[in-house]
Ligand binder design. Structure first.
Ligand code: GLN
Length: 454
């Protein structure tokens, strides 16, 4: 009831929830109450959660914040959310996001932008909570849920977490099932939580991840006890600092925070090692070919015929396809479909898509080589603190917006776990995050290092 009250009070201003499910929440909480009284409690008994509107929830509208799915009610539940309900969690509602998770500011949502609960001490202008999981980050930061689900294709868990002073972790590709998660770029998409603390992140991750026969890329590996890593000593652990992440034009405050993080880890007994990830400079161009290519293919299913929005203006079959899609998709999604279709087209497939796949493998190999000299990697999470909503420079030039992902896309391309941890405030009083990158399947060490930094 406290969370419901908080949502009723704050959501009009923040726009973090696009749908609330309070009746369902009360029903689920009632069941939790009964179990707690009977001494039968499950791991997340009664925990009130917000669910990113990318996860299909049976009988509860799921739109991926796109006009093309604005009335879609899934007949099935995503595996990630089913795992949470099986563990006793309670659903407060569905959280805002960039349309189909394409964006870095939550401004491409069909339901309007989300506001960051943090304010700069220099201006009163509303700030973005980041994207695409802006609703998840804003809701957790403003205490409109205890924790939230999110998804990360190129940074959409970590960048919003960094912008709102929350914790966000993307596990190894394949740890969490993609079944019932609306697809953006299938080889990069991965679910994970946004939480207040590293310990909460470990608990949520434990529940969200599972082997799932309904997702052919789901990993069969057993899950370790993630919570047992939180608070573990990192004495003797080798922490890699990649030269190539020292970018020109990054604010001095970001560099200073990185140095601070390095010092904290040294103080905790870690050994700091200089490493090289030479193909880092190709990561953004590579991501912005692979992700739109897969998106253009995934989004072909929205044809106005099978489900989702159908135009009323069509007089032929082709018209139905074309008008339904032009009416239903927003500008950023259309841009991605056009880029993706272009790089996959007969004349350009080898020059762009196949080349990007080769570069992607080089980027993954950079990490494999780095693990010879370090156990975990520390970098900044974002190249800036939260920026203003309606930032005209970024709105006018999509590439400016894409630059936000410079530190995060590499782990998606390589399939590695990555976590953003709040590490300090900038001179405007806004949160900044550090990123911990772990070896494949080593979320445990990633969490252990994150717990030292928070
Ligand atoms: N900002 C990136 C993009 O727009 C990443 C999005 C994501 O991780 N879902 O593609």
């Amino acid at each position: 009831e406290a969370f419901i009250g908080a949502i009723e009070k704050a959501n009009t201003a923040l726009n973090a929830y696009v749908l609330t499910t309070f009746d369902k929440a009360r029903e689920m909480a009632g069941e939790s109450d009964r179990r707690l009284k009977a001494g039968e409690s499950r791991p997340l008994e009664g925990a009130p959660l917000g669910i990113k509107d990318l996860f299909c929830t049976k009988g509860v509208r799921t739109t991926a914040c796109s006009g093309i799915l604005d009335t879609f009610v899934p007949p099935y539940e995503s595996t990630v959310t089913q795992n949470l309900w099986d563990d006793g969690a309670v659903m407060l509602g569905k959280l805002n996001m960039d349309e189909f998770a394409m964006g870095s500011s939550n401004e491409t949502s069909h339901w309007g932008p989300v506001t960051n609960p943090w304010k700069s001490n220099a201006s009163n202008a509303p700030l973005t909570p980041g994207g695409s999981s802006g609703g998840s980050a804003s809701a957790v930061a403003a205490d409109l849920c205890l924790a939230a689900t999110a998804s990360d294709t190129g940074g959409s868990i970590r960048q919003p977490a960094a912008f709102t002073g929350t914790v966000g972790i993307k596990p190894t590709y394949g740890r969490a099932s993609r079944y019932g998660m609306v697809a953006f770029a299938s080889s990069l998409d991965q679910a994970g939580p946004i939480t207040k603390t590293v310990e909460d992140a470990a608990i949520m991750l434990q529940s969200m991840c599972s082997h799932d026969a309904k997702d052919s890329t789901s990993l069969p590996n057993a899950l370790p006890d993630f919570s047992s890593f939180v608070g573990r000593s990192i004495k003797g652990l080798r922490v890699g600092i990649p030269d190539e992440y020292r970018l020109d034009g990054i604010p001095g405050e970001i560099d200073a925070l990185w140095e601070q993080g390095i010092q904290w880890l040294k103080d905790a007994g870690a050994e700091i090692v200089r490493i090289s990830l030479p193909n880092t400079k190709y990561a953004l161009p590579c991501y912005y070919i692979v992700a739109p290519a897969e998106a253009s293919s995934n989004l072909a299913r929205y044809d106005g015929m099978r489900f989702g929005h159908r135009t009323e203006a069509a007089s032929s079959l082709t018209d139905t396809y074309e008008l339904s899609r032009s009416e239903g998709f927003g500008a950023e999604v259309k841009r991605r479909i056009m880029i993706g279709t272009y790089v996959l087209s007969a004349g350009f497939y080898d020059a762009y898509y196949v080349k990007a796949l080769k570069v992607r493998r080089r980027i993954a190999e950079d990490f494999v080589n780095a693990w010879n000299s370090c156990d975990v990697i520390l970098t900044p999470a974002t190249p800036s603190a939260a920026f203003q909503l309606g930032d005209t420079e970024k709105a006018a030039d999509p590439v400016q917006m894409y630059l936000n992902d410079v530190f995060t896309v590499t782990t998606n391309l390589a399939g590695l776990p990555g976590m953003a941890v709040p590490a300090g405030l900038d001179s405007k009083g806004l949160p900044l995050g550090l990123q911990v990158i772990g070896k494949a399947l080593d979320e445990g060490t990633t969490l252990a290092v994150g717990a030292v930094l928070e």
